[in-house]
Ligand binder design. Sequence first.
Ligand code: ZN
Length: 211
Amino acid sequence: MKSETTIRQFVVGHIQTNCYALISAGECLVVDPGASGALIAQHLADVRVTQVVATHRHHDHVGGVAALLRSVEPRPSFAIGRADADGAQRALELSSHVFDVSDGSLENAPRADRLLHEGDVVQVGEERFVVLETPGHTEGGIVLLGDGIAFVGDTLFAGSCGRTDLVGGDPLVMMQTLERLKTAIPPETMLLCGHGEATTMEHELATNPWL
Ligand SMILES: [Zn+2]
């Protein structure tokens, strides 16, 4: 990561989702605006939000996308993993059997402007992220792997990994994804997780029982 690059973190919604804003050369990528999209936009009024990416389709990661896109002019583009795009547009219905999503503040994701595939590049100012498809928590979950930093969504947490008992989850596929990430993510990489504390790959390789 370049020394001028900055990251702002917002903890949003009823499951305390980490929403991140990465700012490079005045350009801003927002990852996982799970709620409070208009408020996030207010906090980013001093930068140019050009892209919004959701790491996966769950309501607590996409619930604020629509409001954020409405609140920024010109409208940023919205991208999500190809296999999660349809589900993101039904995120509230798909979660309603487990979570109370009825308070009216959350919205389904809009149609994606870009479907992300393995190996795609998300460029933000001078920062470059490569898309890794990481199914297991959902079918279409992704990790954005940059230079020394990765947005890992709910695939990997400090000391744990994402649950696989929700619709679209698959424990065997998750094990394959985690096995792959052991070598795909360099050890010095800082991991920005969908919930909870940030960590590093090196620390997780040494301590995380799921790896
Ligand atoms: Zn999730």
